[in-house]
Write a protein that binds this ligand. Structure first.
Ligand code: AMP
Length: 412
């Protein structure tokens, strides 16, 4: 079965086509600047010449049509016909408390995603637009949705509630949800495989650190705490997001600087984090380069980033009463030995000991970077959220097919 994975943003759409026979990626690409006369389409088929074109793409329906055209293109295509694509899986950021796992799309599911617009005003509408765009182009193809929040739905109440009036939770479902769930799920399973022990026996902290960053406490394979909250603003310091601050900063800044709510929101999401402290960049690679050239603000940003992450790892070790493994993933986690070193150096009291050479080895595959005698294993595991979306979609569609066949057999 061939499964198309789609990650739709408000003005972009990323895609990967999987052949589930061997879970290989047949093609991937993206459409950017949707809604303009100069949208950019990048298509990378396996073993064939790629495409980069600029054209007018005014909506997601047209974007999906262009992607489907490219997938079956004579020169750049990877399928004989679109009919070979038997299922489509979508990434949806917020599943609220409604979705504890991936599901097939129907009208009820679409309604629920719409009901969650308030909780993810930028992301959920884009995902729904993507689902509708696929429906218009491929009306008979089943679609599945995989939620960033679903994996964290196992958090206990004492971890997900905020100590604010309970009426706010009852009326508006204000609580911690957590994000990057698909990534935390994938890397924790892959790490357990590498460690060679059942995940049910392990206590892990997974650190998904990229432009957006979060870490999770994974006890026996289940998420029991995570650093992001009601929105992806809480928790770790990020590229341009503040992460944890005293909530009183908000009214204080609003009054002192005469800012509106929208302006404070923008300050905390777009003008904080590494960017605010370094004064030059929200990109960790650039921070490290500047730091190595002697830029003291960049060094402060780097130190704060690593210090805050280290505190979370320590807190989660306490939350789980122990720690067997730390897993690093995403842009910074996979590529920055400097960050991994700075985080782990302060965790020797827990039994964390890095292998310096392994940490600085630029290998791309999943691997250990802890010393052989480190009590806590430390791993780098490249994340693969698309693969989990493809797998869940494949499983759900196959289960429904089987159920349909069984029902038909019983009737005949
Ligand atoms: P992501 O959001 O997962 O794509 O991660 C983006 C972040 O990863 C940016 O801050 C990049 O600077 C960072 N990154 C990527 N490669 C490196 C690298 N070699 N060293 C340090 N940071 C990196």
């Amino acid at each position: 079965m061939k499964v198309l994975v789609i990650n739709a943003g408000s003005s972009s759409l990323k895609y990967q086509l999987y052949d589930m026979k061997d879970e290989s990626v047949l093609a991937k690409g993206r459409v950017e600047r949707i809604g303009t006369e100069s949208a950019i389409v990048t298509h990378e088929p396996k073993d064939k010449p790629g495409v980069r074109e600029v054209s007018e793409i005014l909506d997601h329906v047209t974007a999906v049509r262009r992607v489907l055209d490219l997938l079956q293109h004579r020169e750049h295509g990877v399928v004989g016909s679109i009919a070979e694509i038997e299922a489509v899986g979508h990434r949806v950021v917020h599943g609220g408390e409604t979705f504890k796992e991936s599901v097939l799309v129907d009208d009820e599911v679409k309604r629920s995603i719409r009901d969650l617009f308030d909780l993810a005003p930028l992301h959920n509408p884009a995902a729904l637009t993507g689902i509708n765009a696929v429906e218009q182009n491929m009306p008979d193809v089943p679609q599945a949705v995989v939620f960033d929040t679903a994996f964290h739905q196992t958090m206990p109440r004492h971890a997900y509630l905020y100590p604010i009036p309970m009426a706010l939770y009852r009326r508006h479902r204000i609580r911690r949800y957590g994000f990057h769930g698909t990534s935390h799920f994938y890397v924790s399973r892959r790490a357990a495989e590498l460690i060679g022990r059942p995940i049910e026996e392990l206590k892990m902290v997974t650190c998904h650190i990229g432009n957006g960053s979060s870490c999770a406490a994974i006890l026996g394979g289940q998420s029991v705490d995570t650093s992001m909250g009601l929105t992806p603003l809480e928790g770790l310091m990020m590229g341009t997001r503040s992460g944890d601050i005293d909530p009183a900063v908000v009214p204080f800044v609003m009054s002192k600087e005469e800012l509106t709510l929208g302006e404070v929101n923008s300050m905390l999401n777009k003008h904080s984090g590494l960017l605010a402290i370094s004064g030059s960049s929200g990109d960790m690679r650039e921070i490290i380069e500047a730091m190595e050239e002697g830029d003291r603000n960049a060094k402060l940003a780097f130190d704060m980033f690593c210090y805050r992450l280290r505190k979370y790892v320590g807190a989660y070790a306490a939350a789980m009463n122990g720690l067997d493994a730390i897993v690093f993933t995403a842009g910074i986690g996979e590529n920055s030995p400097h960050v991994r070193k700075a985080v782990c150096e302060g965790l020797s009291f827990l039994g964390v000991k890095l292998d310096e050479a392994a940490n600085f080895d630029a290998a791309k595959e999943a691997r250990f970077i802890s010393a052989p005698d480190s009590r806590v294993k430390v791993l780098v595991v490249p994340t693969n959220e698309e693969l989990i979306i493809a797998r869940d979609t494949y499983r759900l569609v196959t289960e429904r097919k089987r159920a349909g066949e069984t029902a038909a057999a019983l009737e005949s």
